[in-house]
Design a protein around this ligand. Structure first.
Ligand SMILES: C[S@@+](CC[C@H](N)C(=O)[O-])C[C@H]1O[C@@H](n2cnc3c(N)ncnc32)[C@H](O)[C@@H]1O
Length: 342
């Protein structure tokens, strides 16, 4: 196998992972407004459903980013100035879009290697297999691990310039203060002039946004309900999935799509691993995910606040999506974003 499973993850036995899941469910269901962390979307079923979502007619982000990535290879190669570099992708998933970029770059240079990072070992195993078929000449060293543990692992492994990819709209899952903390933490692990190519879902017609998160085939609904199925199978939960519905809505005040599961009736659900029964009122919601939408000015602001200079923004033909190429500026002072004024 040509990927590494980080020790920090390998040492997390199934029992420890299950304990963490149980703890997060307990915290989420005990809160005044119930929630579940969105990281629990991606078991093997969740990853498969997400891939189906990306192919839906209503779900524009993947198509738009494909269009953008199809045209940026030449310019990115120019920014690399003919020197060897490493492409490090955070949350690579199935790598379908990345392959478009890799193919373009390989036509121009073979002076780079590809390091996909993903927390899901099954996603990494599939990506590893598919890259062997599609890009046999590419040097690839995947890492199964959390974003930060993996970037820290890379910190001392090579002095080549890095191009970090954060595709899709992963950054949108953070609120603005958390996005700043996240990006500044990436900045701390990178060297002066390293690059970051990041996808941003742009603010647009609310109808278009709402349709994208409420597809007519119900795949997004199944993707969200899968979190309850995971609680049933992994934590001995007794959820009757039919008694919940999915609700996706745009909140203009926060500039974000919000995803919820809503209880269709009053019910009590026992979770064996927690030895606890939780009450759900009729119409009570469980918050699952936020997906923030950006203006180009928000992107600029985020870069300036976290130690990056914007080199270029590319948009698709409908201006639904943007990928920004940012450069690390180490003259920027290191900040403590845990302090509230940031
Ligand atoms: C929404 S998918 C996006 C996949 C791909 N980048 C794209 O744009 O289509 C998010 C991916 O990030 C991975 N992921 C989520 N949280 C992660 C974390 N904390 N560390 C590493 N990978 C993570 C998931 O396993 C999943 O494969």
């Amino acid at each position: 196998m040509s990927y590494l499973v980080l020790d920090s993850l390998r040492h997390q036995t199934q029992d420890v992972l299950k304990e963490q899941f149980a703890f997060d469910v307990l915290m989420g269901f005990s809160a005044p407004s119930k929630f579940l962390p969105s990281k629990y979307f991606y078991d093997a079923t969740g990853s498969r459903l997400f891939e189906q979502i990306t192919e839906l007619e209503e779900y524009y982000p993947t198509r738009c980013e494909f269009e953008i990535l199809n045209k940026v290879g030449g310019e990115i190669a120019e920014f690399m100035q003919g020197k060897p570099f490493e492409i490090v992708e955070l949350g690579a998933g199935d790598g379908r879009k990345t392959k478009v970029l890799l193919s373009q770059l390989l036509k121009l240079t073979d002076q780079f290697s590809y390091i996909p990072i993903d927390i899901s070992e099954s996603a990494m195993a599939d990506l590893d297999d598919s890259l062997k078929q599609s890009h046999p000449s590419l040097t690839t060293h995947g890492i199964v691990g959390d974003y930060f543990a993996s970037i820290r692992h890379l910190e001392n492994t090579s002095d080549r310039r890095k191009l970090v990819l954060l595709l899709g709209s992963n950054i949108g899952n953070f609120d603005f203060p958390s996005a700043k903390r996240f990006l500044h933490s990436i900045w701390k692990c990178l060297n002066h002039n390293d690059l970051l190519l990041m996808g941003f879902d742009l603010k647009k017609d609310i109808e278009v946004l709402t349709r994208a998160y409420n597809d007519k085939h119900g795949i997004t609904r199944d993707f969200n309900l899968n979190v309850l199925t995971r609680i049933n199978t992994e934590l001995d939960g007794e959820f009757d999935i039919q008694r919940f519905t999915h609700h996706g809505m745009y909140n203009p005040r926060h500039g974000a799509m919000e995803s919820y599961l809503v209880s269709l009736e009053h019910q009590e659900v026992h979770i064996g691993a927690l030895e606890k029964t939780f009450e759900f009122n009729a119409h009570e919601a469980i918050h699952l995910e936020l997906s923030h939408k950006y203006l180009l000015s928000d992107m600029q602001h985020l870069a300036e606040q976290t130690g990056f200079s914007v080199l270029k923004n590319w948009q698709d033909s409908q201006c639904y999506f943007a990928d920004g190429l940012w450069q690390v500026n180490k003259d920027f002072p290191e900040k403590d974003f845990s302090r509230s004024e940031y």
